[in-house]
Design a protein around this ligand. Structure first.
Ligand code: GUN
Ligand code: FE
Length: 440
């Protein structure tokens, strides 16, 4: 397939590239083969060939090809409570709302309905790659994997490990450390089997819920499993003052140091939030090449402060965006980009020098940052990258300025599901709204 039209793609933390008219050529394996600019000698002949083969896809005027977004932090089972009880503190929200909801996913029919809705919602919002927390239930997590595969979304999925009786309720806990580790390993093997059977882009992830939820034995065993299978790891790190204090009281160490002690900070680790990370923690993240999932909406409710994105970036720690459904209410990465910019301005006004970030900075996190965190060649529109796209319409192109920077900022601030016309993952169309679309 060959797309013809305008593209935006992040070039660096500080720069988004705009090309008004290019041919973006996709090969049979779903990779971007070439991006041909209009002044290249074979532009016309490539276009003509594509037209003859009926594989030319013109992007209408006022619409733009953008990379699909990467969401680095979603609690799949929490979708059904998105937006609920967010006036409660984290500990209470977990114990009284979240754990009882997650426990229901033992019922696979319930899981199937909820996960089908969530995966479609994320795709419709332009999110093509997701790092998911599942629940503690191996079978329900496989239902999620199957739904992602069928819907065509690239998914990294973790069976949540949580076995500490002091921090988890009787009705929602791995019955022992042995059970927690055995089920984690079983999930890994069954996901690999599924992946082989249907050749979908699915990866199992080692997932200690967070330090308080796990016994030492489980944290140690999960570190070993990550090494044995060379897998990504996800957890929460220094999300709140409460979490930070808990680590100090139990281990006399910082939360990040506890995770590191159990070999859970690696170059394949993605830690959610990090709002309370100290400079020495950031140095440790940098040394280990561990990334942060920045979840700015959730952080307003539970983070006790704003992640200093600019400072963290300057400390050379990779950052991507996360919705943290349902600590964050919105499944939209656009909405989270907006909040990341807004929160950074509040941070600056509360005394942190040079804290403001731009829409361009946050767009980098949502695309390149997330892709680097997961080591997937996606998030950019250039040769050698996966053809993960969203085609979005600028609602106001007829009325307002069409300077590239203005269009870019307008897209970031005004795009909702309704303006996302088509979504592609590895060259395969997974969303087609059709009605907004001009020529095909
Ligand atoms: N810490 C441990 N579990 C959770 C969760 O489900 N959401 C958030 N935001 N923080 C957590
Ligand atoms: Fe979370």
């Amino acid at each position: 397939m060959v797309f013809e039209g305008a593209i935006f793609s992040s070039a660096s933390f500080d720069k988004a590239d705009f090309s008004p008219k290019v041919l973006t050529c996709i090969d049979r394996s779903g990779m971007i083969d070439r991006v041909i600019s209009v002044d290249e000698p074979d532009y016309k002949s490539v276009k003509q060939t594509a037209e003859n083969l009926n594989i030319l896809h013109p992007i209408p005027k006022g619409s733009y090809l953008l990379p699909g977004f990467i969401d680095l932090h979603v609690h799949a089972p929490q979708w059904l409570q998105a937006g609920l009880a967010l006036d409660k503190p984290l500990y209470e929200w977990l114990q009284n709302y979240t754990f009882p909801l997650e426990a229901k996913y033992q019922d696979l029919d319930f899981a199937k309905k909820s996960y089908t809705s969530l995966v479609n919602e994320l795709l419709a919002n332009g999110t093509t790659t997701v790092l998911y927390f599942g629940s503690i239930h191996t079978d329900a997590n496989l239902v999620l994997a199957d739904i992602c595969a069928q819907a065509g979304q690239r998914a990294f999925i973790g069976k949540v490990a949580m076995d500490n009786p002091e921090q988890t309720p009787d009705f929602y806990r791995d019955s022992s450390s042995k059970e927690s580790l055995e089920q984690t390993e079983l999930f890994i093997q069954r996901l690999f089997d599924l992946q082989k059977k249907i050749s979908a882009e699915l990866t199992p992830v080692i997932t200690p819920r967070f330090v308080p939820s796990c016994t030492d034995e489980t944290l140690a065993g999960l570190g070993q499993l990550a090494a044995k299978y060379n897998l990504p790891i996800q957890s929460h790190c220094s999300e709140s003052i409460w979490e930070d204090n808990y680590a100090t009281e139990r281990f006399n160490l910082r939360d990040a140091e506890v995770l590191d002690k159990f070999h859970l900070l690696t170059d394949k680790s993605v830690m959610a939030h990090g709002t309370q990370l100290s400079d020495s923690d950031l140095d440790l993240f940098n040394e280990r090449n561990t990334a942060i999932a920045h979840c700015p909406i959730s952080n307003v409710y539970f983070g006790n402060s704003v992640l200093p994105v600019k400072h963290t970036h300057e400390k050379n720690v990779e950052i991507g965006m996360g919705t943290d459904i349902s600590g964050g209410f919105s499944p939209s990465i656009y909405r989270n980009i907006q909040q990341a910019v807004m929160s950074s301005q509040i941070l600056q006004d509360s005394g942190e020098a040079d804290a403001r970030i731009s829409a361009t900075n946050a767009f980098y996190l949502a695309t390149v940052g997330g892709a680097k965190a997961l080591h997937v060649k996606t998030g950019q529109i250039k040769a050698g990258y996966k053809a993960d796209f969203q085609i979005v319409t600028d609602q106001y192109s007829e009325l307002m300025s069409n300077e590239p920077q203005d269009v870019f900022e307008r897209l970031i601030y005004h795009t909702t599901k309704s303006e996302i016309n088509e979504v592609y993952v590895s060259g395969k169309k997974v969303i087609n709204r059709g009605e907004n679309h001009g020529r095909k």
